[in-house]
Design a protein. Structure first.
Length: 131
């Protein structure tokens, strides 16, 4: 009987501690992001410091699972924290233009999150000029 009471008490404590803003499996939200980040004209060899603004426009917290890129010359930073509804976060991505042939470049950054659809792609665009 003591075990049953102990388990019941423990269960009630765990249930009462859960908050309404906790992320649960299946909670989909929505985001707003500019599809193109235009870095303008840059000199070959320059590092582009892209700052991609992501706004949670849904009703559940936004969880970013992964941030991937189209090539090794682009390195993103994946945020670890949840983004509450109505808030925004900055995803940073660096593009090394040293190995590009010059001209117009388009590098993609794909954000994987608890959204529908689950992936959102942003293009980092720049015109690379010779040194």
């Amino acid at each position: 009987m003591k075990k049953l009471l102990s388990y019941t008490f423990l269960f009630l404590i765990l249930v009462s501690c859960s908050g309404n803003d906790a992320l649960e499996v299946g909670n989909k939200t929505s985001i707003e992001v500019e599809p193109i980040y235009d870095a303008g004209k840059v000199v070959k060899g320059e590092i582009i410091e892209a700052k991609i603004r992501v706004r949670n426009t849904g009703v559940y917290p936004l969880a970013i699972a992964d941030v991937t890129t189209s090539c090794s010359c682009t390195v993103p930073e994946k945020p670890d924290e949840l983004v509450p509804p109505g808030e925004e976060i900055i995803i940073k991505a660096q593009v090394d233009t040293e190995k590009t042939s010059g001209g117009l470049i388009n590098k993609s950054v794909t954000i994987v999150a608890n959204t529908e659809p689950s992936t959102t792609t942003v293009i980092i665009r720049a015109e690379v000029t010779k040194k």
